[in-house]
Design a protein around this ligand. Sequence first.
Ligand code: SAM
Length: 236
Amino acid sequence: MKLSPRLQQVADLVDSNQILLDIGSDHAYLPIHLVLNQKITKAIAGEVSEGPLANAIKAVRANDLEQVISCRLGSGFNVFSDEQSEEVNQIGTVTICGMGGELIRSILADGFNKQLLNEQAVLILQPNIGEKTLRQWLMDHSYEIIDEKMIQEVNRFYPIIKAVKRQQPTTYTDLELMYGPLLLKEPNQAVINKYQEDKKHLRSILSQLNHDHPKYQMFEQKINELSEVLNHYESR
Ligand code: SAM
């Protein structure tokens, strides 16, 4: 099974021999790939919607992996029945990919509040948008970002964040929360392409607004911020 570059990068960040919980596991591509490649031993593929769950069950059956990948209906971390509650602490990696940052944040918050999020588990998160709010949640809950990638698929950009819980909180600046503490230090070409595209897009919006438009200044500030970040990358 060949994954998209985005999911392949997520797969590459998963540590070996873990039990994986993949939340929002349409088609269960990620757990199937990881099990077939013997990187992980077991997985739970969680889905909130019947259709994607049916896709996951079908794909798992087609690969004869029902014994090691359990497909379950439920929102976020709510995929453990009372009899399965001991599994919560066996989960070594949680992946939540292909959703907005706000949604991923609310899934994490719900899991945290209900004590269904095992604090030992590594989080690998791939927000399509809204990564700042997600990094803020991680910082507020003492997670350290230990790896970060940006993947470009044609003209779409996908940040990927790997984080682990620490005893002591890690503090990030506003700029680091926005652009990623590690991506700021070590950008790849996709990062540079993304912010060049964002800047171009905002400039074209700005060119159509009157100076007294309520959002004019906000767009102008954002363009300046992007210019600074791009200058920072170029000066490295
Ligand atoms: N994770 C896969 C990927 O990255 O390719 C599928 C991404 S797909 C765009 C998002 C999936 O998340 C959908 O199948 C949707 O049903 C599921 N989803 C959305 N909210 C969810 C939640 N609260 N709990 C579990 N799954 C959810």
